[in-house]
Design a protein around this ligand. Sequence first.
Ligand code: SF4
Length: 726
Amino acid sequence: MDTTDRKDSVAKIKEAHRLLKRYEYTPQKIQRGYTNKTLYINISDNTIKSKDVPEEIKDKFTGGKGLGLWYLWNSVTKDTKWDDPENEIIISPGPVGGITQYPGAGKSLVVSLSPTTGSVMDSNVGGHFGPLMKFSGWDALEIQGKAKEDIIIYIDGNKGIVEIYEVPIGPVNSHILAEEVTEFFAESEEEKRNISVISAGEAAEHTLFGVLNFSFYDRRKKVQRLKQAGRGGIGTVFRNKKIKAIAVKYNGVKGDSNNPADIDTIRKLGLKLHKEIKEHDKDQCRMREIGTAHLVEIMDDYDLLPVHNFKYGSHEEAYKIDSKVLAKKVVQGSPDGCWHGCSMSCAKAVQDYELKTGPYKGHKVVVDGPEYETVAGVGSNCGIFDPDYIIECNFYCDTYGIDTISFGTTMAFLMECYENNILNKEITGGIELNFGNKDAAMEVLHQMAKGTGFGKIAGLGVRRIKNLLIEKYGADPKFLNDIGMEVKGLEYSQYVSKESLAQQGGYALANKGPQHDEAWLIFMDMVNNQIPTFEDKAEALHYFPIFRTWFGLNGLCKLPWNDIEPPDNHLTDEPAKVPEHVENYVQLFNSVTGKNIDKEEMILQSERVYNFQRVFNLKMGFGTREHDIPPYRSMGPVTEEEYLSRQERYDKQLKELVGVNPEKMSTAEKIEALREYKYKQYDKLVDAVYKRRGWNKNGIPTVELMKKLGMDFPEVIKLIEEHSSE
Ligand code: SF4
């Protein structure tokens, strides 16, 4: 859309919008990372109010995701469904979020009940919304209820105004909506950089894995860029509530806007990390050059790149979509951080990409990414090795409001079903969904946006499609459960975990479902053999998920922790933990909040929230051992061709680990023997992890643990006691 069209469209929206409610407030001065206020909005009756954040709640939940979980816990009952008005969307940046001196400090954490899992979901997202909201006076935004017509919520942090508008016309798709909403509220060109917009596109209305797009204004390209709160369908909740957009404006971001206790230490820590990034990123992860897409060839080399619905781990055509190819597509040589001061600058973008399909065919657009997960998910996992398709698919997923990870994993599953005649043209409406058919995949994506044709089925996600195919079309449940890559209802992110028992646990034991942001242990386990015993793996599956939780409590990005390392990190006792950076985070927290935690207390902060989230799952009818079981495809070969593709490796495992002679066995027998062994190993791993985490044999945190952590709220204890006696 050119500038004149956009101005016309904004003018029409201005004419048609209707103010439903205005609330005035005096923005709180931030004290050491906290405003101590939460903004509560009920969009059913347009209630807007300010709530205090008590010290006790800050002590127990810290902020960010912790605060989100606490508010959600108090808003829903065990019977609340994702599309009930009681369900909330909570956005919170955490106390460290918003500083500009240390890389990776602009994240927002979003919490809601998920349409895909039915339980609690959290998502960590860049863009400027969280920090601008905090500087506007709010530690968290809590939205409940359901509007009658599409609305836009607006927070003006300088004037101290919150408004709700009914906006019956105008675009929904994010790449246009974010621009228009920015234009709508900006009183000058300069103000655009101080506005951030949350939106979700058309497909978020028609699928269960809708994303939220959080914008930040790119001054060089003069466009709103989009970062995604991707997992678990919170965008679907957003559109179900009839929220079109939430915008915040705050003019006056400064280096000390977070009012930290000790800005000199924060500066010192930041300078040290900037220097490390400047000197070593080019020889380490090349985040500044290509972002997370540097992983494509590494995963391919180690047989970890998902290919054909996680059947294989590498492909001869992977070079066509690797980082060397993608580096030529994304804009180079510019600062590209998703919050001020992030010199890691991994938020890559393709500029002036001319769309080849869909409603915006022929338009030249800026595409955010592609990130590794997108390249692997919509590309290799679907057998598609075309970089332009990946960029086009990335764009449409973003603007339509679809999670590229769930889209990729679902599409790969559908393609395998099609190749096994479980799906056919009659069911797909004539679409030939073979692996590699990029036109077919794109067609389904456009159908998802409109909620038409086979797109309606594809948008249900792997778990519900499995059930549909079993119940309506008589598909074999065992096969579908083996190849359907989901746990707890959430689709797998894009790593092959077959040869890493620890990563099988990392995925299947994750609180929200199989997302690698909780634990990524493949290299420690499979490549470097640093955690050989069950106890070692259990220790890693205790420490790393808990440690990584901490980023989400504080509005931080995980990437500057270990995607850049001090050059002498390998000489430390525990290089996988990157001890120097852990110490940076301890000091960062203390320097913002004025508290005096050490690295043990840091882990305790996370452990409180992590265990609370596990009990929250229990409250919603999940959170026990039966919900922690992975599909066999994530553990070993399901099909004969899959076994034969790595026959030497699997035969060796049968001989050396299982103690049988593969020479006398058929491939089917070998698959069964390996399967039995792998599930037994997994069971032993789960026992060891539960023990290390202080959970009972059914995966429920014990009363003693919750008391020790100070999380012994009466409802928590009652729930644990009820479920532990079952
Ligand atoms: S490292 Fe990348 S994702 Fe993280 S804050 Fe910086 S630019 Fe954003």
